[in-house]
Write a protein that binds this ligand. Structure first.
Ligand code: GAL
Length: 400
């Protein structure tokens, strides 16, 4: 075809499955540098993260000088990044990773650095020239009277205008219901909430606030519940409130992985505890997160209304949550989450999950964390799930 030059062959595009990577903000805040980013790239490449799927290494806020250069362009702080950003990008690429940077839709970033309102096209060109593959685009200091959607569409267009495939990570904190429009304006992920803090209540409430929005989370545009705090143990930039236990980190990672949202790590990967390193590289969890079909889970009602009884569960219903997620290839992932502060049982009635008692089928199940084969189960499960803990199973339909 004549016009095949203008309309190149179909590509798979960016963010086919949830983006995975690491971002500097949660642990380092303003304390970022060329040396730190190179070390993190080394750790991602050498300690299994890259091979587990963590692809993007993203520098967040506070990387530039406080003023644009004479040519109107953003300038990397020469004390933090003495060799400039292209050198950092080249190094990140040399380790088999992709490179992400940060700007903001307002007139200044949250940290008070120049940002892209009114400079979208020149800034996108600058990022592209440095070899940037991912742009996080924040929402601080947004001019009164300006239109949020227009600002995000403009940067989306500016990125497209560079001709470089750059993943657009929109971060307007859930303002104006981004799940309803970010997909249409070309974003590949959108922050749906305010900032995470490194404690249980923070990530539990972020998750709960998005329960009704996962239907809109899917291939090419994902609901970003913020960078994970797994492994921070109360140190770093967002370390507020009560420190998390390993159980709580496991629940955080399981929620993010199971619900198919981006997995952007935020801890210092150079000093990750063995538990959290293994958790964040858990192949079964990552496989669920990255499932090709990107279907949202459906919630399974805990009660057994057909038996006229609702006293089957021992934990309040918004805290004891049971879900089924359809995976590709005929598999299912079953998730039971106890978000309460009390140990209890979570009931999973097969009938409410779509397998009535008399249908002749059960589920062959395997515990994702222990690897234990549960054999073929039917009718219901009622496992004990400790406070703030969870159970995940992989399952296949099996004839009884
Ligand atoms: C916030 C954003 C954080 C981080 C921070 C940087 O608005 O939600 O993820 O980017 O700005 O100042």
């Amino acid at each position: 075809m004549e016009n095949s030059r203008e309309f190149p062959e179909k590509t798979r595009g960016l963010a086919v499955t949830p983006p995975m990577g690491w971002n500097s903000w949660n642990t380092f805040g303003t304390h970022i540098s060329d040396a730190l980013i190179r070390e993190m790239a080394d750790v991602m490449a050498e300690k299994g993260y890259r091979d587990a799927g963590y692809e993007y290494l993203v520098i967040d806020d506070c990387w530039s000088l406080r003023k644009r250069g004479a040519d109107g362009r953003l300038v990397p702080d020469p004390e933090k990044f003495p060799q400039g950003m292209k050198a950092v990008a080249d190094y990140v690429h040399s380790r088999g990773l992709k490179f992400g940077m940060y700007s903001c839709a307002g007139v200044m970033t949250c940290g008070g650095y120049p940002s892209s309102y009114g400079h979208e096209f020149v800034d996108a060109q600058t990022f592209a020239a440095w070899g940037v593959d991912y742009l996080k685009y924040d929402f601080c200091n947004f001019p009164a009277g300006a239109d949020c959607k227009t600002a995000y569409i403009t940067m989306s267009m500016a990125l497209k205008a560079t001709g470089r495939p750059i993943l657009f990570s929109a971060c307007n904190w859930g303002q104006q219901e981004p799940w309803l429009w970010m997909r249409s304006v070309g974003a590949h992920m959108y922050r749906s909430t305010g900032d995470i803090q490194d404690n249980f209540v923070s990530f539990r409430d972020i998750f709960r606030s998005q329960l009704k929005h996962f239907a809109m989370n899917g291939n090419y545009c994902f609901n970003d519940m913020d960078m994970l705090t797994v492994g921070m143990y109360g140190s770093g930039n967002v370390a507020l409130g009560e420190k998390c236990t390993d159980t709580e980190y496991r629940t955080q990672f399981a929620l993010w992985a199971y619900f198919g949202v981006p997995l952007m790590l935020g801890a210092d990967l150079r000093n990750m505890s063995p538990f959290c390193r293994e958790l964040t590289q858990n192949r079964a969890l990552i496989r669920i997160n990255q499932d090709a079909e990107c279907r949202p889970p459906y919630q399974v009602y805990q009660g057994r209304p057909q038996y006229g009884s609702t006293d089957w569960w021992t934990i309040p219903e918004d805290s004891a949550l049971a879900f089924v997620r359809h995976l590709s290839g005929g598999e299912f992932a079953i998730g039971l989450f106890n978000l309460s502060d009390a140990d209890g049982q979570i009931t999973f009635p097969f009938a409410n999950a779509g397998l009535p008692y008399a249908c002749g089928y059960g589920l062959e199940m395997k515990d994702v964390f222990t690897g234990e084969d549960l054999g073929v189960q039917r009718d219901y499960l009622t496992p004990e799930v400790k406070a703030r803990d969870c159970r995940l199973y992989l399952a296949r339909i099996s004839r009884l």
